[in-house]
Design a binder for this molecule. Structure first.
Ligand code: SF4
Length: 383
């Protein structure tokens, strides 16, 4: 019999997109022995039962050994290096109504968008600070941030930066292909939440409101040949343990199907923003939860990039760089024009780590880690 192996079918079969009580019960049933056998399994290999054990409440007593294993595994695969990148916000005009986001269309504030010349000037500021890895970020502003805007910008930037990524509205595979041709080699597209009901609640309007369309996005990114696919759930919208299980299944599926692309996980926790307070969200994730989630994913996906943004406070970021993170942003501004303007427009969320890129690089060196500003992979690929 024909078996549908799309990510939609996999999550539906596992009931990871709904019927979540089943998984709550399974998580509660995990024993210390299950956690120990997950820890004894081949480091960095994935299976759903293994991830279930490592994100369970029972595994909370095993954070120390999980951290040791994660540190060792990350060192083996990535060395003592942390890549640094900077986001470049292009527009805060948006047609969507995501309830957790300061840019949602119902929010009244002064919005901004950058011309290509303005975007290049912002990028130059970042290049002078040392960055060679740039993430182009935009809200869903298709009328202005068009595919041709992005390809023109990428062509102008690609000789100055060794890696260009994009975190923008969802596109078709053909459109992602055009970005790739122009020099954008990675796309981050968060599902936001894998829980269908929560997804509908938090996305009441706009093109992003369709759960299934969103879920198909990473397939389209991979089909376009992108070297890096960024996944993540916005932490705070639904139970983080269940989100991690769905995220694991999604990553496992992509790894099997698109072996030529690298997968990375980001861990965005909800932050206050213009018109958004975190108290309104019932599933806030503690520092301890966040650490457990990162460790569990590292122990299941040895080669995945774990990415950390300036949403997190300095003390926590300083600790997490030793536990499995391989890439982090620094000195970020979350509004268009944020690097050049004295009084930039309202940001997408409040940054938690205000340190300069230089200070972050120094912190890494003080911990015996090497800050890496440049992605060397392209040079290797070209030879
Ligand atoms: S999360 Fe993205 S799509 Fe949603 S409102 Fe914010 S900028 Fe727009």
């Amino acid at each position: 019999m024909y078996m549908d192996n799309s990510i939609h079918a996999i999550l539906a079969r596992q009931r990871l997109d709904a019927g979540r009580e089943v998984w709550q019960r399974r998580l509660e049933e995990v024993t210390a022995r299950d956690v120990e056998s997950a820890l004894a399994s081949r480091p960095g290999s994935y299976s759903l039962p293994k991830l279930l054990a490592l994100v369970s409440p029972a595994a909370e007593d095993y954070l120390e050994p999980m951290a040791e294993l994660s540190q060792r595994l990350t060192l083996q695969r990535f060395g003592r290096t942390i890549k640094l990148y900077a986001p470049l916000y292009l527009s805060s005009h948006c047609v969507n109504r995501c309830r957790y986001c300061g840019f949602n269309r119902d929010n009244a504030f002064e919005r901004a968008r950058l011309t290509i010349e303005e975007a290049l000037a912002e990028a130059e500021i970042l290049a002078r600070e040392g960055f060679r890895d740039l993430l182009l970020v935009s809200s869903e502003d298709r009328g202005f941030i068009t595919v041709s805007y992005l390809t023109e910008l990428a062509r102008a930037l690609r000789n100055r930066f060794s890696f260009l990524g994009a975190e923008i509205y969802q596109m078709t595979a053909a459109e992602y292909g055009q970005l790739f041709e122009a020099g954008i080699e990675g796309v981050t597209l968060y599902q936001e939440t894998y829980d269908r009901q929560a997804y509908t609640r938090y996305h009441p309007g706009g093109p992003k409101a369709d759960y299934d369309t969103r879920l198909r996005g990473p397939d389209d990114v991979a089909s376009a040949g992108m070297r890096e696919i960024g996944l993540g759930a916005l932490l705070g919208l639904a139970d983080w343990r269940l989100e991690t299980l769905a995220l694991g299944e999604h990553a496992g599926y992509l790894f099997r199907r698109y072996w030529q692309s690298r997968i990375s996980f980001s861990f965005p926790r909800l932050r206050p923003a213009c018109g958004v307070t975190t108290e309104a969200f019932p599933h806030l994730v503690t520092d301890r939860n966040l650490v457990q989630m990162m460790l569990a994913l590292r122990l299941c996906f040895a080669d995945a990039g774990l990415v950390l943004s300036t949403r997190e406070p300095p003390e926590l970021r300083d600790r997490l760089v030793r536990l499995g993170v391989v890439k982090m942003s620094a000195g970020s501004r979350t509004s268009p024009g944020g690097y050049s303007k004295q009084q930039p427009a309202s940001g997408q969320f409040e940054v938690n780590d205000e340190r300069s890129p230089f200070e972050v690089a120094e912190m890494l060196k003080n911990q015996g880690l090497e800050p890496v500003w440049k992605d060397w992979d392209r040079a290797f690929l070209n030879t």
